[in-house]
Write a protein that binds this ligand. Sequence first.
Ligand SMILES: Cc1cc2nc3c(=O)[nH]c(=O)nc-3n(C[C@H](O)[C@H](O)[C@H](O)COP(=O)(O)OP(=O)(O)OC[C@H]3O[C@@H](n4cnc5c(N)ncnc54)[C@H](O)[C@@H]3O)c2cc1C
Length: 308
Amino acid sequence: MTDRFDAVVLGGGPAGLTAAAYLLYARLNVALVSPDLGGKVSYPFALRDIPRRDTVWGAGLVHEMAQRVSAELTHHFQDTVDAVMHLEDGAFRLTLSNGEQIEGRAVVVCTGVRAQRLFVSGEAEYWGKGLSYSAVSHAPLFAGRNVAVIGGGERSIAALQILIPLVNHIDYIEARPQPVSDRVNAEAVLNHPRVDIFRGWEVQQIVGDEFVTGVDIVGINGEVRTLPVEGVFVQFGLLPNNSGVRDLVELDRDGHIVIDENCATTQPGIFAAGDVTTVFAEQVPVSIGEGAKAGLSAWRYVAANKIQ
Ligand SMILES: Cc1cc2nc3c(=O)[nH]c(=O)nc-3n(C[C@H](O)[C@H](O)[C@H](O)COP(=O)(O)OP(=O)(O)OC[C@H]3O[C@@H](n4cnc5c(N)ncnc54)[C@H](O)[C@@H]3O)c2cc1C
């Protein structure tokens, strides 16, 4: 007999912990499936003349949620969910990566995203020491400095729009053409006098001492150049961790789960919150608020469906 819960929360980051906290407060029978408790909430960042600091607001609240949830939760599966199946009676059967199965009347998906990496020398070494995957989080630290933006597509153009008013100069590197919805606007941004464009150039490595000092790039003719910068923003698209539910709910073009203002997906009984959804702004405080909404919506759904 498979264990059936009122609600199963997927993901133990800011969104999942907040959703779980509300569902536990409602005294529902809750399971959390997540390899960790806390998700992505610690991003120490330092530059040559800026001491190491954490740029996350709300991390304290996430730690408080983690304590509250771990004190009250009786079923924490330290695993990931591979697949979710809709059952005839309206509930859902979830298969974990170790093969174990559990069921839930409602499912709250808070599995976050993965940043696409460059996979070049220096990338891991200089992460948090000049290299960033999030312009929204770190752009203001680079005011008046020279930076490189690596990527292409919407996320890179958005990063340029944020960076141009703040920084001294930007080298924009796009190895292969990426689609953007508004090409005219994208080209207008790229044509800014303080932006140099390197299309068709590949990044070879990130170089530096204690902090980033440059990016080595190579052109199609084999020419190698070192761009002197203090900041490197790797701004490819984000990869939503949607694999468990991608056949059950509507996704946008990039794989984010489409939700309404109540964090409901297109599949009744499945709710979603945080970075994995279409909601604007990948930030911890946003995910906490969205997790609260998803938890409250799932509570209301379970309550309504239990009375019948
Ligand atoms: C490099 C970087 C820097 C950032 N800097 C900042 C910053 O300075 N300030 C800020 O506010 N925000 C920052 N963010 C964004 C912030 O980390 C996210 O907005 C926030 O963590 C999203 O919360 P979440 O709960 O949606 O997802 P996450 O925090 O990503 O948590 C996802 C959870 O789901 C789990 N999980 C994944 N797949 C599965 C699965 N299949 N089954 C079960 N569980 C699964 C994970 O283990 C994790 O517990 C940054 C993000 C990145 C990538």
